[in-house]
Design a binder for this molecule. Structure first.
Ligand code: ADP
Length: 183
């Protein structure tokens, strides 16, 4: 069944502003915000935490089965919020937004959140090395991936407007028969 709404992944290093963007987008678009980290915790799709980084060791099969059971691919209208994107099947996803942030700003946000030591260092390195952007580019077609800055509050509104405009176009393309399904 062809979905009536697109599914969007919002990804990036912790602290770049995924939650902030997803909450606003979900509200403005009437989409469902899936905080994947929250699902992993609530449903216990993990084998505990990594001793050094404190990150969950995720059971990806269980996680994907859970998301698939929401009929994400046929209904659409989901925003997936996670610091990884390569595990989601391409056929589920219509747009991947990779949020990026200036390192000084990210440092301040992560230390304010209590990150320190190896966890802080790893996340800072990940942003500087643009790990999530590379992961998105390797996992999805070029035209599906968009990189957006999330340095200041004004960026959030601008980015969300841009994504909302994209959703409108996506719907129009399908309504008007401009683009065949699957292209
Ligand atoms: P993530 O979900 O990627 O970990 P959050 O949305 O939780 O990031 O944001 C982390 C912190 O940074 C929050 O305090 C949030 O208010 C702030 N923040 C996020 N994006 C921006 C932005 N573009 N401008 C200013 N503050 C931001």
């Amino acid at each position: 069944m062809a979905r009536k709404n697109p599914n969007i992944v919002v990804t990036g290093t912790p602290g770049v502003g995924k939650t902030t963007h997803c909450e606003l987008l979900a509200r403005n678009l009437g989409f469902k915000h899936l905080s994947v980290n929250q699902i992993v915790k609530d449903e216990e799709f993990h084998e505990g935490r990594d001793d050094e980084t404190g990150s969950w060791i995720v059971d990806e099969d269980k996680l994907l089965d859970y998301i698939e059971a929401l009929s994400i691919s046929s209904t659409g209208g989901y925003i997936l919020d996670w610091h990884a994107c390569d595990l989601f099947p391409e056929r589920w996803i219509d747009l991947v937004v990779v949020l990026r942030c200036d390192s000084t700003t990210l440092y301040d946000r992560l230390t304010a959140r209590g990150y320190k030591g190896k966890k802080l260092e790893e996340n800072m390195d990940s942003e500087i090395m643009q790990v999530l952007l590379e992961e998105a580019r390797e996992s999805y077609a070029e035209e599906v991936v968009v990189e957006l800055r999330s340095d200041g509050v004004e960026d959030v509104e601008r980015n969300c407007e841009r994504v909302e405009g994209w959703v409108e176009m996506w719907r129009k393309d399908r309504e008007g028969g401009g683009k065949e399904e699957g292209q």
